[in-house]
Design a protein around this ligand. Structure first.
Ligand code: AMP
Ligand code: GLY
Length: 423
């Protein structure tokens, strides 16, 4: 069995690791991958934007399954191109990927199908005046979002009118390019956040361990929004009855409506939720695994990931391939470059990964480069240290002990991932 993983971050490294450990021992290819992935899988040197060329490669090389990590190629239709060539894909069509690629689409979809979400209005660049008026009288805080893809950075929770106007101006003046030319303005919800990831085959689905990610750059949820600074799973306060409510109020109606609209969802549906007084509200949909949520929900489960994702791609979900959603707890700490998500420097030598691995943790690569026989920093998020243990506290402590062993100049990480939970 030959499998191809598309992408190059910690999420894709976790997926590649999971496939390599599947009982079938598949031959795993990665495009483009990263130095950590190349240790366990074979690189493919085709640009990720060349969908047809990738499809031809898959046909020629008899790739049985393609798993798409990031949202960008999905929103540009790689799923459709691969399927046209008869290649099995774990990842939705371009149409279904709109749930993530257009927040305006997602909000209208939820409104139409009675899926709970914050109250909102959508304004295009031509309706700027109306947007300003709307913000002028909206209760504070108010939330402003670029409708299109903005790598998790297009959202402002404005505490003051000035901040809201500044965000609106930045969006309409093109701070996020085309993505910000349509703006979603919505009410601020107060509650607890959780990420729910479901493996979907177009009609049926299974839910993975509820996960919490830490989006802000600094401890205590301060600083800028990032792509994610850490995560843990499962989230203990998500009780079976809350999970049931999330399924009946959100997952069932979403997947049913997508199927009814002839855009069935095949892939990982990620629902970012705010739980307000026990009731779940959708903050966002993503149409792929979360990063860094994948780095905890995959290692904490006991599953044959190849069988699970392969069967979903075929439209015949093998639920039994997910034997246990969580055997204990997983904690992930992201080691980043000082300055991220703003300006940061790269090109620093990384040492100590082996010592960390010897302590029994997983180290997934995110922004690394292999050159002259050594590993160097090459991105904002550099490495992910992941520990699985019977208790969350133990997972957390093992994660941080191993994180200490890894060295590079400008290493920066949050020290409060999964802290203070006493579980
Ligand atoms: P999103 O990319 O839409 O998930 O937004 C990024 C982050 O902004 C979320 O993880 C929340 O912390 C925050 N956020 C987004 N929408 C809201 C909202 N309506 N109320 C409160 N916080 C929000
Ligand atoms: N962790 C948030 C995301 O993957 O979008």
């Amino acid at each position: 069995m030959r499998v191809l993983v598309l992408g190059s971050g910690g999420r894709e490294h976790a997926l590649t690791w999971a496939f390599v450990h599947s009982p079938e021992r598949p031959h795993v290819f990665v495009l483009p991958g990263n130095p950590g992935m190349w240790e366990i899988a074979d690189p493919v040197e085709i640009p990720i934007s060349e969908h047809r060329e990738i499809a031809r490669f898959c046909v020629a090389e008899r790739i049985r399954l393609v798993v798409v990590g990031p949202e960008e190629p999905l929103s540009r239709g790689i799923g459709d191109v691969l399927r046209e060539h008869g290649v099995l894909v774990f990842g939705p069509s371009r149409e279904a990927a709109q749930l993530e690629a257009s927040k305006a689409f997602a909000k209208r979809f939820m409104e139409e199908h009675g899926i709970p979400t914050a109250r909102y209005r959508v304004f295009s660049v031509e309706e700027q005046d109306k947007a300003w008026q709307y913000v002028e009288t909206h209760p504070l805080p108010v939330v402003l979002k670029a409708s299109g893809l903005a790598a998790g950075k297009g959202v402002t929770v404005a505490q003051s009118r000035e901040e809201a106007f500044a965000a609106l101006q930045a969006l309409f003046q093109g701070a996020f390019g085309e993505a910000g030319q349509t703006v979603v303005i919505e009410e601020f919800l107060t509650g607890e956040e959780v990420s729910i990831l479901a493996i979907c085959d177009g009609s049926d689905y299974v839910v993975l361990a509820p996960a919490r990610d830490y989006k802000r750059a600094l401890e205590g949820e301060r600083g800028k929004n990032t792509g994610g600074m850490g995560a843990y799973a499962p989230v203990p306060w998500v009780t079976p009855s809350l999970l049931q409510r999330i399924q009946t109020r959100i997952l069932h109606p979403t997947l049913r409506a997508l199927a009814d609209r002839r855009m069935p969802f095949v892939g990982c549906l990620y629902v970012g939720l705010m739980v307000v007084n026990g009731e779940p509200f959708v903050l966002e949909f993503n149409v792929r695994f979360g990063d860094p949520e994948a780095q905890v929900v995959i290692p904490v489960a006991e599953a044959d990931w190849l069988a699970l994702l392969g069967s979903a791609a075929m439209g015949k979900l093998a639920r039994g391939a997910l034997r246990t959603v969580s055997q204990g707890y997983a904690c992930c700490v992201v080691l980043a470059s000082d300055g991220y998500p703003g300006a940061y420097r790269t090109g620093f030598r990384i040492t100590g990964i082996e010592q960390a691995v010897q302590q029994g943790v997983l180290v997934f690569h995110a922004g690394t480069r292999w050159e002259n026989g050594a590993l160097w920093t090459a991105g904002g998020r550099v490495l992910n240290v992941v520990a699985v243990a019977p208790t969350l506290e133990e997972a957390r402590q093992r994660c941080y002990a191993a994180a200490e062993s890894i060295q590079f100049e400008g290493k920066m990480y949050r020290r409060d991932i999964a802290a203070g939970l006493q579980i």
